[in-house]
Design a protein around this ligand. Sequence first.
Ligand SMILES: Cc1ncc(C[n+]2csc(CCOP(=O)(O)OP(=O)(O)O)c2C)c(N)n1
Ligand SMILES: [Mg+2]
Length: 281
Amino acid sequence: MPTTQQLQDFAQQVRRDIVRMVHAVKSGHPGGSLGCNEFLTVLYQEVMEYSTEFDMDGKNEDLFFLSNGHISPVFYSVLARSGFFPVEELATFRLLNTRLQGHPTTHDKLPGVRMASGSLGQGMSNAIGAAEAKKLNGDDKLVYSLHGDGELQEGQIWEAAMYAAGKNIDNYIATIDYNGQQIDGSTNDVLPMGDLKAKFEAFGWTVLDVEKGNDIDSIKAGLAEAKALTGKGKPVCVLLHTEMGNGIDFMMYTHAWHGKPPSDEQLAEALRQNPETLGDY
Ligand SMILES: Cc1ncc(C[n+]2csc(CCOP(=O)(O)OP(=O)(O)O)c2C)c(N)n1
Ligand SMILES: [Mg+2]
């Protein structure tokens, strides 16, 4: 098992990758990527059991589905640094004909990508399908997914939530990036969603909060708790309280960096705040 320090170092390198990728092509989504960095780091570096010899069936492996596909920079960096493809390929982010499209696709065959996402609201349905297939196949590994909180405004999410509970999909952990922000402002300004815990519970889920969603040890503990709650007849939802733009001071506490690249000067400052740990691509 990696130490907390090793996971922090990993996340710091991922932070550099995110801003460098988005800066290089002057497009992409750094804010949500930075907010979900520690979660994906812990998930891929400690929690999930998987093979980097990727195949779509993923039998006897834990599976992850990214539903908020706009945070592709963090997903690609974590996949590359977990051994799915060469880290040098991060330099092709958003270029023509790259496997690292702005929003993940499957036809480009990037190892680790299990569904095309970007059109919000679909990943829970995919993940539930995979979890149900695992049950039918007698495969006892788990399925994980990640969703934005603004994404929960999509109706398909709630159809899927109803299905998962109704069909006792209890080998599934859906995490919500609960940053309180979305593309145009705070979720409360755009469309207040009320008490998300009560809503998921009303749909028949077990829900737990991780209050420090950017803290490695809190995420570890939260995911261990979530894992212990699987196999009990209900799907599990983790409300991960995160900070958009985490780790780069001028990108935090605002939705402004949802989908905006840093300038040359801003990149330099972001990198100064996050020295290299594992080596830049
Ligand atoms: C179906 C659909 N509608 C609208 C969009 C445009 N869109 C992209 S990201 C986003 C905000 C989503 O908010 P959230 O899930 O909270 O992501 P965050 O801004 O926190 O990263 C929107 C509306 C989309 N990608 N798909
Ligand atoms: Mg959000």
